[in-house]
Design a protein around this ligand. Structure first.
Ligand SMILES: C[S@@+](CC[C@H](N)C(=O)[O-])C[C@H]1O[C@@H](n2cnc3c(N)ncnc32)[C@H](O)[C@@H]1O
Length: 211
């Protein structure tokens, strides 16, 4: 297979033991690492040049463009690249054919696994978008929802969704999964304002849908 010089690497939800051997190998082979500071810190042994990702994504893409024809570039993302990650703008700029993607263990995988729950058919939503995903009432018919909730921008909407589904669904707050401060608990009532860690997932599971 043709060697691609941009590799997007899923680094898992945070714990070192959740970084796959394939991800470690891609990082070892890279001459340039691109990623959030806390992801770069996970790989101190790499002697590669490091480009820290900030909110200025066009600058990051330009930095990759300046380097990828001469160097193996690894773009590190949290969890899996296919879920709300830097993979999307990178692939939009450099093309699918030019990028290799190494899957990672998503925080959503980790959340369902920590609860022992099946996630077939789950709707996956993000509170990261500038606008809330949809009216909470429109989600009442869903049996299983995973909400990437680690962003206070839509805190009011997250509270409204929790209030709407509290009677029909069991609601679990999973924070800092696989990390030392991991916390997994069921929410039995709504306290406002809801305090959510920056790494938080809410799982909504219809009550009669699981044991
Ligand atoms: C920009 S998204 C990236 C998702 C990532 N690509 C994935 O597959 O997990 C960031 C969101 O992922 C979730 N997240 C990432 N790491 C987490 C962790 N260790 N524990 C709980 N949630 C986490 C939070 O919902 C956070 O708001």
């Amino acid at each position: 297979m043709e060697m691609k010089s941009i590799t997007i690497v899923g680094c898992g939800p945070g714990g070192e033991q959740y970084v796959t051997p394939a991800a470690r190998r891609a990082i070892e082979e890279a001459r340039v690492l691109v990623g959030a500071a806390r992801l770069l810190e996970m790989f101190p042994e790499s002697g590669a040049e490091r480009i820290v990702v900030t909110a200025d994504i066009p600058r990051v893409l330009d930095a990759i463009a300046d380097r990828y024809q001469e160097n193996q570039v690894a773009v590190l993302v949290t969890g899996d690249p296919g879920l709300c990650s830097l993979a999307r703008p990178v692939i939009r700029r450099f093309g699918r054919a030019g990028c290799r993607v190494i899957p990672g263990i998503s925080s959503v995988h980790a959340a369902f696994a920590s609860l022992g729950l099946d996630w077939y058919g789950a709707r996956i939503l993000s509170a990261h978008d500038t606008a809330p995903p949809m009216e909470p009432a429109a989600l009442a018919a869903d049996d299983t929802i995973a909400l990437l909730a680690g962003n206070p921008a839509n805190a009011g909407w997250v509270e409204a969704l929790t209030a709407t589904l509290l009677a029909s669904h069991d609601i679990f707050l999973c924070e800092n999964l696989t990390l030392p401060g991991e916390s997994i608990r069921q929410l039995t009532h709504l306290t406002t304002p809801m305090k959510l860690a920056s790494r938080s997932i809410l799982i909504f599971k219809r009550k009669e849908d699981h044991a």
